[in-house]
Design a protein around this ligand. Structure first.
Ligand code: KQY
Length: 371
């Protein structure tokens, strides 16, 4: 496939919203022993449950390393495509391409990936296998590839409405470990040039303790044009309170690319989810340091859901708010069924259901959406 050095927007391409129809989805089979406790066996079961729901209505491709291929093939349903591909970890949202369309054709964007901050505050080294995945996946899907490797970006740090508006966080995109030589204006311009967006809504922060420097996909997501959900707590003593409140203030003032005010739906957070000593013992150390410590709070949020063609796949934490989150999302997605998946095993890795998935939009969606 061709490697392109132009910019998608100038070529008439844009990134559709996740709630628009998908051709498929990409996931990666987990294996990393310093991310997933006790050899990733329980994490694999959780990934498979997510895969089973998505594969009901989308062509799902799961990438597995050579040594994990047989397990992946055996654990996943027959109609899921399993391919052999090297990876450093299992975060398809961040290492698979961002797909853009023009109403007829699909192309992938190959952003630079440096494990959420490179040598500054990245989460592992090396990350070269992850960094090569976008281009390999474009080849597999026969999609020409925009070379944007000079710009570090993860899919979890952006959400679009497909109608010209993008949500992101300052905490992540302005972090020192990503594009320290780019000004905020230059970052905005790159997002506009690549994703067909005209308006960027900068939320100040994300979820407390989110080790991605606070990806937007854990705190806020579009559920429809001009409608968002925001992770929320009423507990003023929770450090999350100030973070969510500052985001709410921005969202309440904001208008989107079409001049509409946003409707903000608060999605309650679960009570703090923390690591147990036993879970910590099940993780390999990295560079002589434990990757998690007992009582460490994890960045649990119901906002980290995936919207498939027929379902919304929502994390569950064994919390009183699990059912409330499902009920709120079900009301917001009346044409889909919301399915809860026990997600503690995924959360231990540092992300959640949205982070382990990357949608492939239908290439023939109306182009009008970006106008
Ligand atoms: O949340 C994500 N998009 C990725 C999380 C990476 C955590 C690595 N331990």
């Amino acid at each position: 496939m061709k490697i392109l050095h132009s910019r998608p927007t100038e070529d008439g391409f844009y990134m559709p919203a996740e709630f628009a129809e998908h051709e498929g989805c990409i996931m990666i089979f987990p294996h990393r022993r310093d991310s997933w406790q006790y050899g990733a066996y329980a994490a694999r079961k959780a990934f498979v449950q997510v895969a089973e729901v998505i594969a009901c209505s989308e062509k799902l491709t799961v990438c597995a390393r050579y040594e994990d291929y047989d397990s992946a093939r055996a654990m996943l349903p027959d109609h899921v495509r399993v391919i052999e591909m090297e990876s450093d970890d299992a975060w398809a949202r961040d290492v698979a391409p961002t797909f853009v369309i023009n109403g007829k054709t699909i192309r992938g964007i190959d952003w630079g990936f440096n494990a959420w901050g490179g040598l500054h505050d990245g989460l592992y080294f090396p990350w070269d296998k992850d960094n090569k995945m976008a281009r390999k996946l474009c080849d597999l899907l026969e999609a020409d590839t925009y070379d944007q490797r000079d710009f570090i970006l993860e899919g979890g740090s952006i959400h679009t409405d497909g109608e010209g508006t993008l949500l992101t966080t300052e905490a992540c995109l302005l972090s020192k470990g990503r594009n320290p030589d780019f000004s905020k204006e230059e970052i905005e311009q790159r997002l506009k040039d690549c994703l067909g967006v005209k308006k960027i809504i900068w939320l100040p922060s994300g979820i407390y303790q989110d080790e991605t420097n606070e990806h937007v996909d854990n705190i806020c997501a579009f559920t429809a044009p001009a409608e968002v959900v925001l992770a929320w707590t009423d507990d003023e003593n929770d450090p999350q309170y100030a973070l969510s409140k500052s985001c709410l203030a921005v969202l309440e003032r904001a208008t989107d690319a079409k001049g509409r005010k946003l409707t903000v739906h608060k999605l309650p957070l679960p009570k703090p989810v923390t690591m147990t000593a036993e879970e910590c013992e099940g993780l390999d150390w990295m560079d002589g340091q434990p990757t998690r410590i007992p009582n460490e709070r994890l960045a649990a949020s119901y906002v980290n859901f995936y919207i498939s063609n027929r379902h919304v796949v929502c994390p569950q934490f064994g919390d009183d708010n699990d059912g409330k989150a499902i009920a709120i999302l079900q009301a917001l997605f009346p044409t889909r069924t919301v399915i809860g998946i026990e997600a503690r095993e995924i959360l231990i890795g540092g992300g959640n259901i949205h982070c382990i998935t990357q949608q492939i939009p239908r290439r023939d969606l109306s182009c009008q959406q970006s106008m």
